[in-house]
Design a protein around this ligand. Structure first.
Ligand SMILES: *Cc1c(COP(=O)(O)O)cnc(C)c1O
Length: 370
């Protein structure tokens, strides 16, 4: 049987390294509830991400959901993108807020700043943009709009781990930036996430929301959840963080190899290379224009799968077309996102993807060209 290649492969430290890291836990018997590993990872990530503060959480979704909750909006509209993972939209809806979908910029796939301002109403409370694929949103324009209308900005930075914009940590923009440390992301803690922020009052609220709303041993004054990162996940993070720069470097080589084969092919468009950004090469999305290329996105996907290569249609379907929202949103309001979601395919991308495998993937794709 041919070797199978999946869209991603989780980063793991050497087993010995992880065992050495978790040994302390056998001494302390402290498994969760903000133990030593939690503390250590938190400090390391503040430095690595170059942000004022972070709160570690069970996953990126809870970072988004609890961050929105911490602002205490009890109702209102949130301007966001439908071209994202389910989590972004669900975090808004699960807070009792109404997502208002903004179309995307066809070049970067992030929220189109031409549209944001037109969507602001007297009910708007926040903007939740996504640095999709690690492509950075138009931060300055979003900041301008947020200031003008008094809106909070909660970035979904699930794809943007370790990136910088004009030399500043990407998590230092907006009111909060939410990272995901899920197994499939550039940096993982098995499951995990973090919210980066500057305002300490917000930090206190978020901390309580991740710990049942407990203020102290006899006072519970918030209706919190349980979203504490445990010590084993934090230990995984400490190990993976040591290697992440090296992994990003390897991802870069994979991206360059893909570009060498696919960069000048008619009917294929690759992700933009943005100025002023240190990229993490989180994903490798490719857009197929069937009329020019000769094969559709779906046909290419099937062909690759027949060869044991498993790609993903990130992000199809758009979140504003999900069955759970049936009849609530008009996808006609986000035509660029709809068009792109039908043509985009994310190719395998991870640090240990071998160059021969990239060569083989590209060869199969090029064979689909008619
Ligand atoms: C992965 C992801 C999330 C959720 O993160 P989890 O850690 O899996 O909960 C949120 N938004 C986007 C865009 C993601 O890709």
């Amino acid at each position: 049987m041919k070797k199978q290649i999946f869209v991603t492969r989780s980063s793991m430290p050497a087993l010995d390294e992880y065992i050495a890291e978790i040994k302390d836990i056998w001494n302390s018997h402290w498994l969760t509830n903000m133990g030593a590993k939690h503390q250590e990872l938190q400090e390391q990530l503040v430095a690595y991400l170059n942000v004022p503060y972070i709160e570690l959480l069970t996953n990126g979704h809870m970072a988004l959901e609890l961050s929105l909750q911490a602002f205490g909006f009890n109702k209102g509209e949130v301007i966001t993108t439908p071209f994202t993972f389910a989590s972004t939209t669900h975090a808004i809806v699960r807070n009792g807020l109404t997502p208002v979908f903004c179309d995307i910029d066809p070049a970067t796939f992030t929220m189109d700043i031409e549209h944001i301002e037109k969507l602001v109403t007297d009910k708007t409370v926040a903007i939740v943009p996504v640095h999709v694929y690690g492509n950075i949103c138009d931060i300055e324009e979003i900041e301008r709009i947020a200031k003008k209308y008094g809106l909070k900005v909660i970035y979904d930075a699930a794809h943007a781990f370790g990136e910088t914009y004009k030399g500043r940590g990407i998590g230092s923009f907006g009111d909060v930036s939410c990272f995901s440390f899920h197994a499939t992301k550039v940096f993982n803690t098995i499951e995990g996430g973090a919210a980066a922020y500057e305002n300490q009052d917000f930090g206190v609220k978020l901390y309580r929301l991740k710990n049942f709303g407990i203020r102290d041993s006899e006072t519970v004054d918030g209706v919190g959840a349980n979203a504490k990162m445990n010590e084993f996940c934090a230990a995984m993070g400490i190990c993976n963080l040591k290697n992440v720069d090296n992994e990003i470097k390897k991802r870069k080589s994979v991206a360059e190899r893909y570009r060498m084969y696919l960069g000048d092919v008619e009917g294929i468009r690759l992700n933009v290379v943005q100025k002023n950004i240190k990229s993490n090469y989180a994903y490798f999305p490719v857009l197929f224009d069937e009329k020019i290329f000769g094969s559709s996105r779906n046909e290419v996907m099937v062909k690759l799968a027949e060869n044991g290569i498993f790609t993903r249609k990130y992000f199809y379907p758009l979140t504003n077309t999900f069955d759970c929202f049936h009849g609530q949103f008009d996808v006609g309001e986000t035509p660029a996102a709809l068009r792109i979601s039908k043509r985009i395919l994310t190719l395998p991308m991870y640090a240990d993807l071998e160059m021969e495998d990239v060569d083989r993937i590209c060869k199969i794709i090029l064979e689909c060209k008619i």
